[in-house]
Design a protein around this ligand. Structure first.
Ligand code: P6P
Length: 344
């Protein structure tokens, strides 16, 4: 087709979300507008991340600038960007951010009926090495938004299991910029086309392969793993003779969005277990584990703490951590069989 048609044929994220809204007659368009705010925030963060290296060179980001002013670090910029766009959508009642100790209650004059838990720039310690990093978000509906007056009120509404999620997703700032999200029926992946400034549908109806040939874990912690994790990892590195199994490949990027995105596409298992150093593991429930578990389950994968489905956990605090084992259903179930044997 002639090039001028390119921009008109693409299924953009904006068109996709509007089509989703039309498919749900009862929808009033609030989630559409909220997702539009999320999309815009991810585009702004993407632009900041892309420029950070050069900006830092000129002392404009993550350093002191020419006036000697302390520049905001990228994750603070990302947090401010995400928060301000969500508040500006007037669809949020409260926000929980990895960067904010307490929940943020939105002013009643611009309050909506959704709560968003987000990690504005997960993996930001990797940015100087130009490793893929990302934004993770989970969206909940708040039934009585006018009853929210203090962060404790928010806690009561947000300290619920991930089964209450109405949508979740992540943006990944890698060699391309992806935005992967679901409202519960299918998982769809979009890629930012810089020439259009639009996210374009590139991965419709993503399904996590039933089993994979990759395992993803920080082997540097193996001394502190539980016996079950040690046994499971050993079993996939040294398959029994005659089992017909080949040793798995290890891929560990150290940036959750990148490790989960690869697991969703290629299959395998991503693990961040609890260990003797971190009794609850490292990853946070509300804005890392639960949103990724939501996506994995919709895509046909599994996500467990080793004791229960991640989505069944009811967090006790907005920054609670949980052990994470997620990915291909057969691989996660093989780990669970080992874990249950050690529990028993
Ligand atoms: P470790 C990044 O700091 C992060 O929060 C996740 O994105 C990532 O999966 C994990 O920590 C990596 O942790 O201990 O292996 O460096």
């Amino acid at each position: 087709a002639p090039t001028f048609l390119e921009g008109t044929e693409a299924m953009t994220l904006t068109r996709y979300v509007l089509a989703e809204q039309r498919r749900h007659k009862e929808a009033q368009g609030d989630l559409t507008l909220l997702l539009s705010a999320v999309q815009l925030a991810c585009k702004v963060i993407e632009s900041c991340v892309r420029r950070a290296g050069i900006a830092k060179l000129y002392g404009l980001a993550g350093d002191t600038n020419v006036q000697g002013e302390e520049q905001k670090r990228l994750d603070v910029i990302a947090n401010d960007t995400f928060k301000l766009n969500l508040v500006a959508s007037e669809k949020c009642a409260c926000l929980v951010s990895e960067e904010e100790e307490c929940a943020v209650v939105v002013d009643p004059s611009v309050r909506g009926r959704y709560a968003v838990a987000f990690d504005p720039l997960d993996g930001s310690s990797n940015i100087d090495a130009n490793v893929s990093i990302g934004t993770i978000f989970g969206i909940y509906r708040i039934d009585e938004p006018d009853k929210l007056n203090t962060p404790d009120d928010v806690n009561r509404h947000l300290l619920v299991s991930g089964r209450a999620l109405v949508a979740a997703g992540y943006a990944m700032y890698g060699s391309a910029t992806n935005l992967v999200f679901s409202t519960g029926e299918t998982v769809n992946g979009f890629t930012l086309d810089p020439s259009l400034g639009e996210f374009v549908l590139t991965h419709p109806d993503m399904k996590c392969p039933r089993r994979g040939s990759i395992y993803s874990i920080n082997e540097g912690n193996c001394r502190d793993w539980s016996a079950a994790v040690k046994e499971y990892v050993h079993s996939i590195k040294f398959p029994e003779a005659g089992s017909g199994e080949k040793p798995r490949s290890l891929r560990y990027i150290g940036s959750m969005v990148a490790d989960v995105h690869r697991t969703l596409l290629y299959g395998g298992i991503f693990m961040y277990p609890a260990d003797s150093k971190s009794k609850q593991g490292k990853l946070r429930y509300l804005y890392e584990a639960a949103p990724m578990a939501f996506l994995m389950e919709v895509a046909g994968g599994r996500a467990t703490t080793g004791k229960q489905d991640i989505l069944d956990v009811v967090p006790q605090g907005i920054h609670q951590r949980v052990p994470v084992f997620l990915g291909s259903a057969e691989d996660v179930e093989a780990f669970l069989a080992v874990a249950q044997r050690h529990e028993g």
